[in-house]
Design a binder for this molecule. Structure first.
Ligand SMILES: [Mg+2]
Length: 273
């Protein structure tokens, strides 16, 4: 047998092994690391875009510039407040998603908490500048996020280290019992503040009712509120994750990786030439 033929057999053997190992059936509840590596690979383009593109930064600047223009259009008043979501609104967590891609680890409460407590999140482009602008205008800032409240201290330090103003226990409200942000917004209003602007990357940062809705309903909500975006609602880009994913189909989080992957494919609209 010549060397070329031997090489060819060797590589086809490896290929068979790879293809075969990709076909090994694994219980949906215990996905293999290889399954997770493949599944998490779907996050790659979004992470690449967030971490590398000028377009991502430009969209963030555009959002915060719109927020500045809206605030500048308002008559000055006392007791105004702006509510920021935290993740992918003021803090960039793309390194956690990138860790999932390179290690094949699933998203998990423990590892997410570990990431939050590591205090390594970077600032979303333009967020610090916008927050400082607001405080210069005498506007109070509140950070309302569904990070677990066990990470409050770490989140505050992460925000402070980056230079965000008013990052303290009186202004940072993380998730205690419910992901519904309304009770926390009511606490802010009960302090006498008029919330004049919301900043977020997810529709539920603007209206918590959207949390439970289908994507059709969420899209309709956005269409009906078109004038508010870039005004009293400023939206930050997030192509890596969001409620839009679980809103693809009821019970999404209970699906196996294979079913989730199939659901993702079934919900794109391809050209059919
Ligand atoms: Mg967010």
């Amino acid at each position: 047998m010549n060397t070329k033929r031997m090489k060819s057999l060797f590589f086809s053997g490896i290929l068979t092994l790879v293809v075969f190992s990709g076909c090994v059936s694994v219980s949906p509840n215990t996905p293999s690391n290889n399954d997770l590596l493949n599944y998490n690979h779907d996050l790659l383009m979004g992470i690449l875009w967030q971490q590398n593109s000028g377009e991502y930064a430009a969209l963030c600047y555009q959002a915060f510039n719109a927020g500045k223009a809206y605030i500048a259009s308002l008559p000055p008043r006392e007791n105004r407040a702006v509510v920021f979501d935290i993740d992918e609104t003021v803090l960039d967590n793309s390194k956690y998603a990138a860790w999932m891609v390179v290690t094949g680890n699933p998203w998990g409460n423990d590892t997410w908490e570990g990431w939050c407590n590591a205090r390594e999140a970077d600032a979303v482009p333009g967020a610090i500048d916008f927050a400082l602008y607001l405080t210069e205008q005498g506007i109070e800032i509140f950070y309302v996020s569904n990070r677990p409240d066990s990470t409050t201290e770490s989140t505050i330090v992460n925000l402070q280290d980056l230079g965000f103003p008013l990052a303290d226990r009186d202004h940072v409200f993380l998730q205690e019992n419910s992901s519904d942000k309304n009770p926390r917004l009511e606490r802010i209003r009960a302090l006498g503040y008029d919330i004049v602007l919301f900043a977020g990357d997810s529709l539920e940062d603007f209206d918590s009712a959207t949390r439970r809705w289908t994507n059709r309903e969420r899209r309709d909500w956005a269409d009906a509120g078109i004038d508010g975006f870039g005004a009293y609602r400023i939206v930050l880009p997030n192509a890596v994750y969001g409620t839009f994913e679980s809103a693809l189909v009821g019970g999404y989080y209970g699906l196996s990786l294979e079913e989730k992957a199939r659901t993702r494919l079934e919900n794109i609209s391809p050209w059919k030439p």
